[in-house]
Design a protein around this ligand. Sequence first.
Ligand SMILES: Nc1ncnc2c1ncn2[C@@H]1O[C@H](COP(=O)(O)OP(=O)(O)OP(=O)(O)O)[C@@H](O)[C@H]1O
Ligand SMILES: [Mg+2]
Length: 310
Amino acid sequence: MPDDQIAISAVGLTRTFGRRSGRVHALRGVDINIQRGTVTGLVGPNGAGKSTFLKLVLGFLYPTAGTVSVFGAAAGSDEARRKIGYLPEHPSFPQYLNGREILHYIGGLIDLDPALARQRADELLAELGIAHAAGRRVRSYSKGMAQRLGIAQALMGDHELIILDEPMSGLDPVGRADVKRLLRRHKESGQTIIFCSHILEDVERLADNIIMLNRGQVAYSGPLYDLMAGQGASWQVVVRTASPPDISGVAWAKVGAQLWSAENITSAAVQQLHRAAADGACDVVELRHQRADLESLFLELAGSAQEGVQ
Ligand SMILES: Nc1ncnc2c1ncn2[C@@H]1O[C@H](COP(=O)(O)OP(=O)(O)OP(=O)(O)O)[C@@H](O)[C@H]1O
Ligand SMILES: [Mg+2]
């Protein structure tokens, strides 16, 4: 990968916490390259090192060994930090401010023009479905509302790199769909996104690439569709539309009024189908794995990685 195409580069990245008997090896010699303009899903069991990796990228933690850089600048440098929007695992806000004030405040911190900050805040509040609560103090927000506000603040700066630690946590299905739509749009405008999630269905829908960590080591890193195709994945899909999108290798059969079905389609074709659906060409009514899915691969890889770690 040419250097100017690399968003995040980690070499031998290692982080240890504590001393002697209480020592925890959160990351052990992790090598990762993340390409500019891609969406990466970071997955792995609880305690695998996902949040630690993101905090090292942000420069909130220092590595015990190894290095990590962001668009060629050392993680934690002003140059690197200026390029990152971040949703922490446990977002917290000044409780006496309301949602809109918090976004304006963030706008000030990142030197946004005040008029632009107000406009962006209003757009994000609407897109994340909390415009009705914009004037309420965040102290009164439900968990999902606070999470939506957390995502809004991460997107305020239109940063080149967006880091989201469990963005779907606490969100209802509508909220998850809103966030996925929003993140796809940010990807289309060329931003690089990395997020961790335990909701593998969301990872499958959103990510181009997967990094699977297990006990501080990389169990898999590469394109989602290679991973799935490698396991012989194929899908069955039903869409609602007057005329189904023309996707190579997909043979549509009419199964009802405006309903079309296709079987044995590849993961790459599913990706094209999601794009067509995002453009309004059809609604995906049903999508089923006929063979492998990320969850079974996750269980398999996590299991074999565990056997390999002392
Ligand atoms: N500040 C810290 N002090 C001591 N140990 C820590 C600290 N932060 C993380 N750890 C340990 O490092 C390991 C990795 O933690 P991390 O938070 O990165 O996991 P994670 O993959 O994000 O897990 P989860 O899915 O539960 O969020 C865990 O064993 C955790 O207890
Ligand atoms: Mg975590």
